[in-house]
Structure formats: structure tokens, C-alpha cells
Design a protein around this ligand. Structure first.
Ligand code: GDP
Ligand code: MG
Length: 370
């Protein structure tokens, strides 16, 4: 893995093999032309000639260079924040999301019902906030493990009658590792046993010092059940995201991340994608994981059919050839042919990797037997 021979390295450095062999002797290594050099030696020699050793790019990285690009500052415009709710089990994550949805997502826009697509959009005086429904850190960590960063702000729900618990600490660590700002919702304030001061004390012990204790962590007392404190919480989310100056270029081919996906009996592969850059349109050729296809229909979080989706919009899309995985990146490609070609390359790669790992296993088995 990653090893080169004397001949190959000489070639790469554009020097004669004799010169390289001389260099090697100089550092006490007697090598012939076809000998493999260890990585440290290769790096040492290369650096003497002004080169740097880089890991070879993966197929996905190479493809992403083809599909994605850095936007220049002048093309960026503000986009709504994307929020994830985290916290210990039973502290009220689902209840909080439900209450926010019930009280702040206008049914008028929904045409009666709010469709469940894995994300909801809240509108506060013209400012939008996108909430991802997949609560807890499972979704968050599995996505992060796959290199997907979708969250701008983390709401840490801590029950006022229970305080900081193991999964609260895990959530804090995940949000910190991802460099995502945390707002603490101290929930269940309606309970007689509620003790917000104890919660603040415990938060402080874990490095989150509340504002009213001289720190910089915003805490908001809420009751998901009584729908109290929700406006304050939403205002704080807007405040924190304003400070982050979240921006994206809406005028380019779309890049997004799959939030959830499933095989629907009637509709085929259905995926909810969070658009992060650009605008996705009906008819766009797309690739996500090993799936490709063309956007046949898009449904927003109000259950409405839409023709396009801009940055920080979650939409359910139809038209993929297979079900992608949560955390897969989605790209709009030049055309159908390109999308299919890239997806096929990925499938080939997976097949090759499987064969390789099988071979490794059988070799190991062989050695075990000997
Ligand atoms: P999750 O596991 O974090 O998603 O927690 P849930 O939303 O499922 O809530 C767990 C339990 O706490 C449920 O029985 C809720 O009814 C209850 N609960 C959630 N929020 C509140 C609240 O603000 N006040 C009270 N009294 N109970 C709550
Ligand atoms: Mg829940």
C-alpha cells in the first residue's frame, strides 16, 4: 500500500536512478532499482527535492472535484439555518419538534396537512429555520462519519427534572467536535421538580457556561408540552445563525446531502435531500451514492409539489435509480449520461473493494490453517 520502488520514485522526481541510489547510500540505505522503499524514506527523499507526499485521492474525491467547486464570495447570499435537536432519551426532543411544528408551521401553506419528509421549515417574521426531524446524535454521527456536515446549530434538550445525563454529554461532545454552536433548551419547566439551576450547574461542569452565569452559552427554559418558551428559543436560533453569516450560492448546479431515503412501494426510491448549494430543479440529472437519475418530482416540507429547491431547503425527490444512504452527497450533473457514468464507476469500485477484502479474508484463513 502506497509503497514505491527506487525506479518509480526516481521517475516521479525526474532524476536518474543512479542519483537516487547515491542519495539513499548517503542516508545509509543500500538499495537496488526494484527495491520498495518504506514511506518514511520516500517522504524524506521527496522533501529534499521539494516534493510533498500526498495520499492518493479516492474515486469519490476525484468525482467531487468534477461535480463541485468553490464559490467566489460575491456569489454568496444568506441562507436559513439548519438545526438539529439532540439530547438524552426522554428529555423531550420529539415533543419539542412536534410543538414547534404544531405552533409555527402554518397549515395554510401546507394545504391542510404537514407532510412528513424528515425536515420541517419554520417561518418567523419572514425568517426561515429548517429543523431536521432525525433527532438524537445517531443520525448526526453517522452522517458526520461519512463526512457530511449538515447542521448549523444544535439544540441541546435537557430535562429540567433530570439534568445532564450520559447522552447529553455525548451530544455536547459531538457538537463540539463538529464545531457547531449549541443552544440549550431546558425542557419540562412545567414540572414541579424542575430545577434549571441544577441543570446550569451541571452544564458548567461540562464546559458549557450559561450566559447568566458569565459564560457564552444561551439557555432557554421551555415546556414542549405546554408550548412555552418556543418563541424565545426560535429567536435565539435566529440570533446565533445571524452571527454565523450562513451563505450559499443559489445560482449554480445543486449540491446537497441525503437526510433519509426509502423504497416506496408505489413511487420507487424516495429520498429527502437537504440542498446546501445551488438550486435543484425538476429534470436535473443527479447522482447520490451509487444512485443516479433525473429529478421527476419534488415535494417540500409542506407537502406541496415544487419545481425548484434553493439552499437550506429540504425536499423529497423522486427519480433516483436506487435508494441512496443517509449521509450520501447529492450532486446535479451535466446530463444523464454523466450522472450514470459516475454512479457506474462507484459501483465498479465497490465491487473491486469487495473482491479485494474477500481475497484478504481467504489468505488469512489459509494462514490460520497452516
Ligand atoms: P425524546 O426521547 O427526547 O424524543 O423525548 P419525548 O419527546 O419522546 O418525550 C419523553 C417524555 O417526556 C414523553 O412522555 C413526553 O410527553 C414527556 N415530555 C416531553 N416534553 C415535556 C414537557 O415539556 N413537560 C412534561 N411534563 N413532559 C414532557
Ligand atoms: Mg424521540
Amino acid at each position: 500500500e502506497g509503497k514505491v520502488t527506487v525506479k518509480e520514485l526516481a521517475n516521479k522526481l525526474d532524476i536518474s536512478t543512479n542519483e537516487l541510489i547515491g542519495k539513499l547510500i548517503g542516508i545509509g540505505i543500500m538499495a537496488n532499482i526494484n527495491q520498495e522503499l518504506d514511506e518514511d524514506t520516500t517522504e524524506l527523499i521527496a522533501s529534499e527535492y521539494g516534493f510533498e507526499i500526498r495520499e492518493a485521492k479516492t474515486l469519490e474525491e476525484r468525482q467531487e472535484e468534477e461535480l463541485d467547486f468553490e464559490d467566489s464570495e460575491e456569489n454568496l447570499v444568506l441562507r436559513p439555518p439548519v438545526v438539529t435537536v439532540m439530547g438524552h432519551v426522554d428529555h423531550g426532543k420529539t415533543s419539542l419538534l412536534d410543538s414547534i411544528r404544531e405552533s409555527h408551521v402554518t397549515q395554510r401553506e401546507a394545504g391542510g396537512i404537514t407532510q412528513h419528509i424528515g425536515a420541517s421549515t419554520v417561518n418567523i417574521n419572514g425568517n426561515k429555520i429548517v429543523f431536521l426531524d432525525t433527532p438524537g446524535h445517531e443520525a448526526f454521527t453517522s452522517m458526520r462519519a461519512r463526512g457530511a456536515q449538515v447542521t448549523d446549530v444544535a439544540i441541546l434538550v435537557v430535562a429540567a427534572d433530570d439534568g445532564v445525563m450520559p447522552q447529553t454529554i455525548e451530544a455536547i461532545n459531538h457538537a463540539k467536535a463538529a464545531n457547531v454552536p449549541i443552544i440549550v433548551a431546558i425542557n419540562k419547566m412545567d414540572k414541579p421538580e424542575a430545577n434549571p439551576d441544577r441543570v446550569k450547574q451541571e452544564l458548567t461542569e461540562h464546559g458549557l457556561v450559561p450566559e447568566d452565569w458569565g459564560g457564552d452559552v444561551i439557555t432557554v427554559p421551555v415546556s414542549a408540552i405546554k408550548k412555552e418558551g418556543l418563541d424565545e428559543l426560535l429567536e435565539m436560533i435566529l440570533l446565533v445563525s445571524e452571527m454565523s453569516e450562513l451563505k450559499a450560492n443559489p445560482n449554480r448546479k445543486a449540491v446537497g446531502t441525503i437526510i433519509e431515503a426509502e423504497l416506496d412501494k408505489g413511487r420507487g426510491p424516495v429520498a429527502t435531500v437537504l440542498i446546501q448549494k445551488g438550486t435543484l430543479r425538476i429534470g436535473d440529472s443527479i447522482i447520490a451514492g451509487t444512485a443516479s437519475g433525473r429529478v421527476r418530482a419534488m415535494i417540500d416540507s409542506y407537502g406541496k409539489r415544487v419545481k425548484k429547491a434553493s439552499p437550506s431547503t429540504a425536499v423529497e425527490i423522486l427519480g433516483l435509480s436506487e435508494v441512496p444512504q443517509a449521509g450520501d452527497k447529492l450532486f446535479a450533473a451535466k446530463d444523464d449520461k454523466k450522472a450514470r457514468e459516475l454512479a457506474d464507476q462507484r459501483k465498479e469500485q465497490i465491487k473491486r473493494d469487495q473482491i479485494k477484502s474477500k481475497q484478504n479474508i481467504s489468505l488469512d484463513d489459509l494462514f490460520d490453517q497452516i
